[in-house]
Design a protein around this ligand. Structure first.
Ligand SMILES: O=C(O)CCCC[C@@H]1SC[C@@H]2NC(=O)N[C@@H]21
Ligand code: NA
Length: 620
């Protein structure tokens, strides 16, 4: 990067970035000094279960929409076209299933950590395995989220790299530690608005500077960046409708169905109905977030027509190219570069704070409290804060590790979710949909799933076999050549038949968008086999409320007798007593639930629920 090309910030830009950090700190301080002043874990980790739909839904988005998406998606669209946009199709089932399957199960068990479910359904050992897997996933993911914005900015603007990482990490650790889940949710709301505003600003200015909408559309269309519906069934094809629209469903389920960061938000809702509604409200906002980042990639393509700007962005990846584009657009509009930097760090902060808080929650609830039942609330809250702080420092260390990972941050993040989130989704699915599964099967299944996941994931990195062959990127000059020359170029390129990988190499070239589904099924398959080999569980052995009658619903046409034999008809009941179902040896912290769903609501989505729902006295 020659110095003349480096983009610089005006004072007002730094001021806007500072205002973002200060505002986030302010919200954290407010929640540290108001309400119950974060004196109990019920408030610090669960926001007193008092949250309403809107803040919860915006916080759900913010948790897994970080700078990785803000930078990585435009880079993806610029390089490979709009195929990635089809992941939006996965949001339909990817949110409907969590709303009607996972939320009811978690909410009625009144757990505060998703992994408490694993102890109620299986055993303490399974709960600990699930918790440790989640911790690994979120620590690595946090590293990527802290590193991405700082690295990209540094590559283009000389913005001080490690100073930014430190500032972001510390501010985030402070307001998360002081204000608990309430602060995290309300800063997420503020940061999500900043995130959308920043992206919108870049799009509006970018379109205007590239000659208006029609001009942008013409260049994008001629640059064949508008991908059609690619129905190629080949699972090694990196991005097709199937890998994104179907494989993406399992990715969404691993995040919005069973990931502690999201489950904690569902459980912080006032009622189950609020939790379900907040899940529904995620859909339009997530589609908007996806559209904004895809359109940003298209505008960037129209601006540079795919020309290779490696001279401008140095040897850094295409991700840094996005920052170059933004600075190129906003350079002469003081304040807007600062707004975009604020947008980038809002995306990062809202994800990291969710990760900190959920990590502190599971460490407390799943790893510490069960061994120290006599611990006082004050002590437990202090320890939770210390944990949030230590995870913050660990995250800075992970940021450095990201320095050594692959090129596209979006791809790295999606791979991590597939490799680690997929097996965890399989573990919960094994428990919820297969009553016969037992603890041995669950542990064996998770182990096998993780082993296969890392085998494929690391194999693909070592053999670089699924980075996706970059399509020919026609630059503007090619478009200006006479038609036959351009046609000749395309014919020559399309004739290049890529060597079809075979055997193990083909296994390694499985699209990373299939990792979540593939690993989920591996866990379920191995889990069931081991369960049947070691003596399957019977319906009556299973803790009530931990199995969802999926098979009963899918096989509803079967006669009742046969369904009973298949032991898959007991409906997901409302816990009749105000206490959650107590597992034999578990000492899950039981919280008083103010008011569960009313009778007609519950039956609305569980038509075959036979359990009489006791009309719950709304706690005064
Ligand atoms: O942005 C990130 O930090 C991670 C990349 C996106 C993660 C997945 S992709 C499908 C869903 N939509 C989002 O906005 N995030 C998740
Ligand atoms: Na975020």
């Amino acid at each position: 990067m020659d110095p003349s090309d480096q983009k610089h910030f005006a004072v007002v830009d730094y001021v806007i970035f500072a205002v973002l950090l200060a505002a986030s700190m302010g919200i954290g301080l407010y929640h540290a000094l108001s309400g119950g002043r974060q004196r109990t874990t019920q408030e610090f980790l669960m926001a007193d279960r008092s949250m309403r739909c809107l803040p919860v839904s915006l916080s759900l988005i913010a948790s897994f929409q970080s700078a990785v998406a803000i930078i990585g998606v435009p880079a993806e669209i610029y390089t490979h076209g709009t195929q990635y946009w089809f992941i939006g199709c996965a949001y339909i089932l990817g949110l409907f299933i969590p709303a009607h399957v996972f939320i009811p199960v978690f909410y009625r068990l009144q757990v505060s950590s998703a992994y408490q479910y694993l102890e109620l359904r299986f055993s303490k050992a399974v709960r600990i395995c699930g918790t440790l897997t989640f911790i690994c996933q979120m620590v690595i993911y946090m590293g990527i989220c802290v590193y991405t914005p700082a690295f990209a900015l540094n590559a283009v603007t000389g913005f001080e790299l490690w100073g930014t990482v430190l500032a972001t990490g510390l501010v985030c650790t402070l307001y998360t530690t002081m204000g608990g889940l309430k602060a995290v949710i309300w800063t997420d709301v503020f940061q999500t608005v900043v995130m959308f505003a920043g992206q919108l600003a870049v799009i509006v200015v970018g379109v205007q500077k590239t000659g208006g909408v029609s001009e942008v559309w013409r260049k994008v269309w001629e640059g064949n960046r508008i991908s059609g519906l690619d129905l190629n069934p080949d699972p090694t094809e990196r991005h097709t409708f199937w890998t994104l629209g179907v494989g993406g469903i399992f990715l969404m389920l691993s995040l919005y169905g069973v990931n502690q960061a999201q489950v904690q938000r569902y459980l912080s809702s006032r009622t189950e109905r609020d939790a379900v509604r907040s899940c529904y409200m995620v859909f339009p906002s997530l589609q908007l977030a996806l559209a904004l980042s895809c359109v940003m990639g298209l505008v960037m393509f129209a601006r540079y027509c795919g020309e290779d700007h490696s001279d401008k962005r140095g040897n850094s990846s295409m991700d840094a190219m996005v920052i170059y584009f933004v600075m190129d657009m906003l350079q002469d509009l003081p304040g807007l570069p600062g707004l975009f930097v604020a947008c980038l760090f809002s995306a990062a902060l809202s994800t990291i704070s969710s990760a900190f808080n959920s990590l502190a929650t599971v460490t407390m609830e799943d790893l510490i409290k069960p061994h120290f039942p006599a611990m006082t609330e004050a002590r437990a809250t202090q320890l939770s804060k210390a944990l949030a702080m230590s995870y913050g420092l660990l995250c800075l260390a992970m940021a450095y590790l990201t320095h050594l990972m692959g090129d596209s941050v979006l791809q790295v993040a999606l791979k991590i979710f597939g490799m680690v989130g997929g097996p965890v989704l399989g573990l919960f699915s094994l428990g919820m949909f297969f009553p016969w599964a037992n603890s041995t099967g669950a542990v064996a299944g998770l182990g096998a799933g993780l082993a296969v996941a890392f085998w494929v994931g690391i194999g693909s990195i070592l053999t670089r076999s699924n980075t996706g062959i970059r399509p020919p990127v026609p630059d503007c000059r090619a478009m200006l050549l006479s038609d036959n020359t351009t046609a000749a170029i395309h014919t020559a390129l399309s004739n290049v038949t890529l060597s079809r990988p075979s055997g193990l190499k083909r296994f390694y070239s499985l699209s990373y968008m299939w990792y979540s589904a593939f690993n989920c099924f591996t866990v379920i398959l191995i889990g069931l086999i081991i369960s049947f080999l070691t003596g399957p569980m019977k319906e009556e052995d299973v803790t009530p409320g931990t199995v969802y009658p999926l098979l009963g619903k899918l096989l509803h046409f079967l006669p009742e007798r046969l369904k009973k034999k298949l032991c898959c008809v007991t409906p997901l009941g409302q816990t009749l007593s105000s206490q959650p179902p107590q597992h034999k040896e578990s000492n899950g912290s039981a919280f008083q639930q103010e008011d569960g769903p009313s009778q007609e609501e519950t039956e609305s989505f569980l038509p075959d629920a036979h359990t009489p729902f006791v009309e719950r006295e709304t706690a005064v």
